[in-house]
Design a protein around this ligand. Structure first.
Ligand code: TPP
Length: 339
């Protein structure tokens, strides 16, 4: 593992102080919202599957700085960070996870199928690897219509061993589609470490075989990650074809909100925890004298208030009305069981 950014080595490129502050806020929002969701699940107030994004905060914040409003994203069940990076409303995401009428899909999608049309957050899916062909379809549509946008697909390292991943990568490479494939390599697929399920663990080299621009970045270095992802989204918007970015991170929790992580080697977990993205970035912002302690405390306070507000909003939001059961869904009413 390489080190987290240090004051001397970092060239922030085009990122302004406001961008860096925004990245820190996004990281904190992801951490605090995720931790709160786990508490709510364990307390039985949130009756939903929840997959923590701990460890990916820097990578998601970097993606947030690389994406523009017109870009679209397709994510996975581990989607909270991607939704926040795409500037989806925190209140409405949390309401959706609670299955409430004020959610981004009026409570019909839930955590597994988050969708926020306004934000360009097209969908998340619980089927490993299934998001990539959807992203390729969106990118094909954008290129046929002449729309200049990047379509981002995020997925875990485990997806790269799924057939749909290879089919999607091949078509995107062949047709030079405006997709950015972002592999969030957290080194685990549920309880299996990457070297126990993959013949080739250098995932970037697999992608290279499909004729696209590839990169591997340290996901604990959000500034370099932001630069690489910005180049990739710009390439897509300019019609220069797809990219694959392997963002190497580490999952700082178990697979799902309720699972244990006793199977994870303690030394690995401890080393990764030392690089916990939001605190590491906070330290770096202070050391580099980019943002002072008072301003950071202010951001921390804002985040705590926004998260409290979002959960309160979601918990008090109305349940969906039964009369809305068949609106906005594709099922044929005659085929839906009545009981
Ligand atoms: C097609 C398919 N096969 C198996 C599963 C069961 N499953 C759920 S999560 C998961 C691990 C996926 O790991 P990875 O893609 O690395 O994502 P991560 O959970 O690490 O973010 C598996 C195998 C599934 N949801 N879909």
């Amino acid at each position: 593992m390489t080190q987290s950014p240090t004051t001397e080595q970092v060239d922030v490129g085009d990122l302004s102080t406001d961008d860096l502050r925004e990245m820190y806020k996004t990281m904190r929002l992801i951490t605090v919202t995720g931790e709160r969701a786990v508490v709510e699940v364990k307390a039985g107030r949130l009756k939903s599957a929840f997959y923590p994004v701990r460890g990916l905060e820097g990578s998601c914040a970097a993606l947030g700085s690389a994406m523009r409003p017109e870009d679209q994203i397709v994510s996975t069940y581990r989607s909270l960070g991607d939704a926040l990076a795409k500037r989806s409303s925190l209140r409405r995401i949390i309401a959706e996870i609670y299955g409430k009428a004020d959610g981004t899909s009026k409570g019909k999608g839930g955590a597994m199928h988050l969708h926020d049309q306004e934000a360009g957050f097209i969908t998340s899916t619980g089927v490993v690897g299934a998001g990539l062909p959807i992203a390729v379809g969106l990118a094909l549509a954008a290129s046929i219509r002449g729309e200049k946008r990047a379509v981002v697909a995020t997925f875990g390292d485990g997806s790269t061993s799924i057939g749909a991943w290879h089919e999607a990568m091949n078509l995107a490479g062949l047709w030079k589609l405006p997709v950015v494939f972002v592999c969030q390599n957290n080194q685990w697929a549920e309880h299996t470490p990457i070297d126990e399920y993959a013949a080739v663990t250098d995932l970037e080299s697999r992608a290279r075989a499909y004729g696209m621009t590839t990169a591997k970045v340290d996901g604990f270095d959000p500034i370099r990650t932001a630069r690489v992802l910005s180049e990739a989204t710009a390439r897509a918007r300019a019609g220069e074809g797809p990219s694959f970015v392997e963002v190497v991170t580490y999952r700082l929790t178990g697979h799902s909100g309720s699972s244990d992580y006793s199977y994870m080697p303690k030394d690995q977990l401890a080393a990764a925890t030392e690089r916990d993205p939001a605190p590491a970035f906070r330290r770096w912002l202070l050391d580099a004298e980019i943002v002072d302690e008072t301003a950071l405390e202010e951001i921390d306070k804002q985040v705590a208030a926004e998260v409290d507000d979002a959960f309160e909003f979601a918990q008090n939001a109305p349940q969906p009305n039964a009369s809305e059961r068949y609106t906005d869904v594709f099922a044929d009413e005659r085929q839906v069981p009545k009981s």
